[in-house]
Design a protein around this ligand. Structure first.
Ligand code: MN
Length: 315
């Protein structure tokens, strides 16, 4: 998916992990895009990154009887991986490598942009008229960000079974269970499902910084009630996460990673290190170079938004 609410100015994202356990509460910033509610959870001015996770939008739930609530024409990416994860409905991916695949609930669509790729995403035609999902980006570490572009789909992800629920490993490792998805730095993403009236203790890697987002249902973290589509930043040093559900089951997203330690520049759909790289990628896209065409998409590609080329402060 494209960054649907781009700004003209480049955003500098400094890795600023809190070294001890903390609880920073960041309600999602809501945008309505033609009837599709989107909550921006990362980057935020108070918290740009969690490990290498540099972007998180939660969208829906939306019910529809016709049309496509999401139809994102071809657009480019560099320097990141995109993660499409659905709770309801489906999202169909098409890219400039000629690959296609639909992300349904439980299926991971993972695109590694590396040096450059273009893709389009649209609501799947085979769906039940519902759409609810999250879009995440992982910043590639400097040593890997020129890697060849790739797309992979995982239809059967491992589940860490726990008393009171379980966790599906989208990427990385948790409690000895590991996702097969390709990663470039130490990280984790898991969808946690808690059963009604269940208490679930999720083991965490204390060397990672973590964040939690409740996506559905109702539950408490360490006794505190959680709000849906709010980012709870947890800091580093936690060995577990205790969620208590009430009369309905809950679904939540846990994100984490080793403190990234690199400052990235983000603009539109690019994750870079210098303004020059962003300008060059924008020019290459507008000139039809580098990224290739998304042959399977019926329609015109997106134009890059205007870019304000002003000096970016050094960290
Ligand atoms: Mn995209």
């Amino acid at each position: 998916m494209s960054n649907l609410t781009p700004t003209t100015e480049v955003e500098m994202c400094v890795s600023e992990p809190t070294v001890k356990p903390t609880l920073q509460v960041l309600p999602g910033r809501l945008t309505d895009l033609g009837g599709l509610p989107i909550r921006r959870l990362l980057p935020r001015s108070q918290r740009r990154t969690v490990g290498p996770w540099c972007f998180l939008d939660s969208y829906g739930p939306v019910n529809f009887s016709s049309g496509k609530p999401m139809d994102v024409p071809p657009h480019p990416h560099i320097g990141l991986q995109t993660v499409s994860w659905l709770l309801e409905g489906g999202l169909h991916h098409m890219d400039s490598l000629g690959l296609e695949g639909t992300a349904d609930p439980g299926t991971l669509n993972l695109m590694t942009a590396g040096r450059g790729i273009a893709h389009a995403e649209e609501t799947s035609t085979e769906n039940g008229g519902h759409l609810r999902g999250v879009q995440l980006w992982v910043a590639l570490p400097d040593a890997a960000r020129e890697t060849m572009p790739a797309f992979e789909q995982h239809r059967s992800l491992p589940v860490l079974e726990l008393e009171g629920g379980g966790a599906t490993l989208i990427m990385g490792r948790l409690g000895g269970v590991r996702s097969p998805a390709r990663t470039f730095s130490p990280l984790v993403a898991a969808e946690v499902a808690g059963t009604a009236y269940g208490r679930l203790a999720l083991p965490l890697n204390p060397e990672y910084e973590h964040a939690l987002v409740l996506l559905q249902g109702a539950c408490r973290l360490d006794g505190q009630p959680l709000s849906i589509d709010t980012l709870y930043y947890l800091g580093c040093g936690r060995r577990d996460l205790v969620l208590s559900c009430e009369r309905e089951p809950a679904r939540a997203l846990v994100l984490g990673g080793a403190p990234f330690g690199e400052t990235v520049l983000m603009w539109w759909n690019f994750v870079a290190r210098t303004m020059e790289e962003i300008v060059a990628a924008r020019e290459d896209w507008e000139a039809g170079r580098r990224f290739g065409a998304v042959g399977a998409y019926k329609g015109q590609p997106l134009h890059a938004p205007p870019l304000v080329d002003r000096p970016v402060p050094r960290p």
